[in-house]
Design a protein around this ligand. Structure first.
Ligand code: PHE
Length: 334
């Protein structure tokens, strides 16, 4: 009975102490074993009761010591019994967004031609989005139907194109200027598979003495072949923008069918990918650059459209839904 109480009260503060207790009570020479050894001296009529008592005592001692042992093992494994030595849970890497992949690729191509990167604000004023870019006062782009206004008079609005960064850079910097401007733009459009109210553009600007349309054309040809492959051809069609004169739209030969005709290029063999032109002298002057001394070219392209062509994506809304099933397809692409 005394030994039973003693065992019940056992405690230990280190693993080593538990081991000492194990030796003292339940090893071959321990106190409990000694009771078994003395058992032969117990008178016959008491053998049954004493035998039972010793067995109970032995189980008590075993349980108690195991319990102490386990408590130390758990403590070693850290809080909550987590085994800190186990290999970690496999962690799935994130993926770069397809628009970031293509944007980086375009930035790298122009970096090789000496273009640096600049950025401007998404929330703009009328001057940088329209007036400095030679938009006439009644131009339809200034309408609420096309542009998101945050405030009227003075107008605060979401930029509708990255051309606003052209104006900002020219106001701050004298030529030579050779830079590209990636960023998000906003238009008040109904969302569909082909159009979104948010999308991304990359704008390019080159201003120096004697910059010609031939420089623009060669720059765009180099860019197109780097991005779509060395057999890519380009085609410039006359167009109109208030801030460039002359202006053009550029097509590349269809990278899907190689120009033979498919439903992506609508059987024309060509895909329209950007707008461009020589910076209108009015714009240079409005931004503080001497249009008698300098000329320049500019171009602007939509990143969504190029990404859709490159990867065969058929619905622009995928880019903004962040469905991991869509995003994971770009795993391992940088
Ligand atoms: N800003 C024009 C657009 O959004 C593209 C462009 C940029 C055209 C630069 C000419 C020069 O459509």
């Amino acid at each position: 009975k005394q030994l039973q109480d003693e065992i019940e009260a056992l405690g230990a503060s280190t693993k080593e102490e538990v081991e000492e207790l194990r030796i003292k009570y339940i090893s071959k020479k321990g106190l409990v074993s000694q009771l078994f050894a003395d058992f032969k001296n117990v008178p016959g009529e008491q053998k049954k009761a004493v035998g039972q008592a010793i067995n109970v005592l032995k189980n008590k001692a075993l349980d108690k010591i195991n319990e102490l042992k386990e408590s130390f093992e758990n403590a070693e494994q850290g809080a909550g019994g987590t085994d800190l030595s186990r290999p970690g849970e496999p962690m799935r890497l994130g993926t770069r967004h397809p628009l970031a992949i293509v944007r980086n690729e375009i930035v790298e191509i122009f970096a090789r031609l000496g273009f640096t990167v600049a950025e401007g604000p998404e929330i703009e004023d009328d001057w940088h989005v329209f007036s400095a870019l030679n938009f006439p006062p009644e131009h339809p782009a200034r309408d609420m139907q096309d542009t998101f206004f945050i405030q009227r008079d003075p107008d605060v609005l979401l930029r509708t194109h990255t051309s606003s960064v052209q104006a900002r850079v020219m106001e701050k910097t004298q030529p030579p200027i050779r830079a590209i401007f990636p960023g998000r733009v906003f238009r008040n459009e109904a969302i569909s598979a082909r159009a979104h109210c948010i999308f991304h553009q990359i704008e390019g600007l080159y201003v120096d003495e004697n910059v010609s349309f031939a420089d623009l054309k060669q720059t765009l040809l180099y860019f197109s072949r780097e991005l779509f492959g060395e057999n890519t051809e380009i085609r410039l069609r006359p167009s109109y923008f208030p801030f460039t004169e002359p202006s053009a739209e550029m097509d590349v030969s269809c990278s899907i069918c190689g120009g033979k005709g498919c439903n992506v290029c609508k059987y024309t063999g060509w895909l329209e990918i950007l707008g461009c032109g020589m910076v209108d002298p009015n714009v240079l002057d409005l931004c503080g650059i001497d249009s008698k001394k300098y000329t320049g070219f500019a171009f602007g392209m939509g990143i969504e459209r190029i990404t859709m062509l490159k990867y065969g994506i058929k619905d622009i809304r995928h880019f903004f839904e962040n469905d991991v099933r869509f995003l994971r397809q770009f795993e391992g692409t940088y």
